[in-house]
Design a protein around this ligand. Structure first.
Ligand code: URA
Length: 309
């Protein structure tokens, strides 16, 4: 019933939004309809909202559809902010999240991927994207890397970090003694930011796009429950740490906290490519050494020396 009400409310909001953008500033409403609406709002408020944890209980559908993840309609800026805030209030801390069995994780991620791939929420990106770039790797990863947004190569291939910056990232992952399929890689934004009037180049996601896409990243993190997150560059840091964020230069190299999960902020590989000084590479590498140590990985003497000579 609450879900039906939510759908009805969404449809009404959407309809009113369309009227408003057509220049209407008021609508006529029968007293009877107004009374009915009041009653519905009242009875909806009486019912406690189902928490994400309660919704996660059924085994066969651990991550059910929720209003916040309704991917079928585009959203206005105020809706995006409101929904992201609702989600932020609901997400809690890692110790409160359901500990999904391996098969539940696979199922939950597959369902989330399906919803993301059908997402219509940013209508401008729906029009410009070739495909949604959801994420790659294993849901059983201890380590999750978060980047900014897909670029042209990623949009074409449907996988994050496959262009030049991605190739550098893959080298870093290999140097850590890991591989792309043993970790998870995702982005703050799942669609390539459009560049109207230009057929090349990239742009940063807007705050509105980041808010709108935020629930997908959150659900990915909740399903995986990585032991460590790495935020690659400013957008990832802002996406994960939000208003607390002091910027990548001040934060890099020092573990931060995302809902009880340690986050290591480091430079984005594209920044490293633009600034090829060995000192920058060394800084990124020192950040990764800390990540390896946190994960209890063995660090060889050779690995410790990378980019010192
Ligand atoms: N840069 C990112 O932040 N993400 C990608 O997937 C590719 C480039």
């Amino acid at each position: 019933m609450v879900q039906a009400f939510d759908h009805l409310l969404d449809a009404t909001i959407e309809h009113l939004g369309a009227l408003k953008s057509d220049g209407h500033s008021s609508i006529l409403m029968e007293d009877e309809s107004m009374e009915l609406l009041r009653k519905m709002v009242h009875s909806s408020k009486q019912k406690p909202r189902t928490t994400v944890e309660q919704k996660l209980k059924p085994r066969q559908n651990p991550i059910p559809e929720t209003r916040k993840l309704d991917a079928t309609v585009s959203v206005t800026p105020s809706q995006a902010i409101e929904l992201a805030q609702e989600e932020k209030d609901l997400i809690g801390r890692v110790e409160d999240w359901p500990d999904l069995a391996p098969d539940q994780k696979e199922l939950a991620m597959a369902e989330l991927r399906k919803r993301a791939e059908e997402c219509q929420r940013c209508s401008h990106l729906v029009q410009s994207r070739t495909q949604v770039v959801f994420g790659v790797g294993t849901v059983h990863a201890d380590l999750m890397l978060v980047g900014e947004a897909p670029g042209m190569d990623e949009d074409r291939e449907g996988k994050p970090f496959v262009g030049k910056a991605g190739q550098l990232l893959t080298k870093i992952i290999d140097a850590m003694g890991l591989s792309r399929d043993r970790i998870y890689i995702g982005n703050v934004l799942k669609c390539r930011p459009d560049t109207p009037g230009r057929s090349f180049g990239n742009r940063k996601p807007t705050p509105m796009e980041m808010q709108t896409c935020w629930p997908y990243l959150m659900e990915q993190i909740k399903i995986i429950r990585p032991r460590v997150l790495v935020a690659l560059g400013t957008t990832a840091v802002d996406g994960l740490l939000g208003e607390k964020s002091l910027g990548i230069t001040r934060l890099r190299g020092r573990f931060q906290d995302f809902r009880g999960i340690p986050v290591m902020p480091t430079y984005h590989p594209a920044y490293v490519l633009r600034n090829p000084a060995k000192a920058i590479k060394r800084q990124v590498w020192e950040d990764m050494l800390q990540v390896m140590e946190h994960l209890g990985m063995t660090v060889s003497a050779k690995q410790r020396q990378f980019f010192t000579k």
